[in-house]
Write a protein that binds this ligand. Structure first.
Ligand code: H2B
Length: 95
């Protein structure tokens, strides 16, 4: 099973990632993505979904029109792992 990141690992990862931040009161990271319109937002979600399914690692996300709020955490590990960082990087590269 994926291991929770150490404090050093998580601060290094957050420094590297742009616009991701820790969730208050939870070992998870979050980012708000804003697209041109719903079509762009949902197209991106569909592309991310294919990668997430392949990784067997799934986002918590909330879509309203062109906005997608994402929260990433590894439920099996009860917190943030390298899988969340990999998925965050994938989301950024597909946006
Ligand atoms: N996604 C996330 N974000 N965390 C998990 O721990 C997780 C998952 N576990 N997707 C996977 C599915 C697990 O439930 C299946 C059985 O492999």
């Amino acid at each position: 099973m994926a291991k929770k990141l150490t404090n050093d690992e998580r601060s290094a990862a957050l420094d590297r990632l742009s616009d991701w931040s820790m969730v208050d009161g939870r070992d998870a990271i979050t980012k708000q993505f804003v697209f041109k319109d719903f079509n762009e937002a949902f197209g991106w979600m569909a592309r991310v979904a294919l990668v997430a399914e392949k990784m067997d690692h799934h986002p918590e996300w909330f879509n309203v029109y062109k906005n997608v709020t994402v929260t990433l955490s590894t439920h099996d590990a009860g917190g943030l792992t390298g899988l969340d960082i990999t998925l965050a990087e994938t989301m950024d590269s597909l946006a």
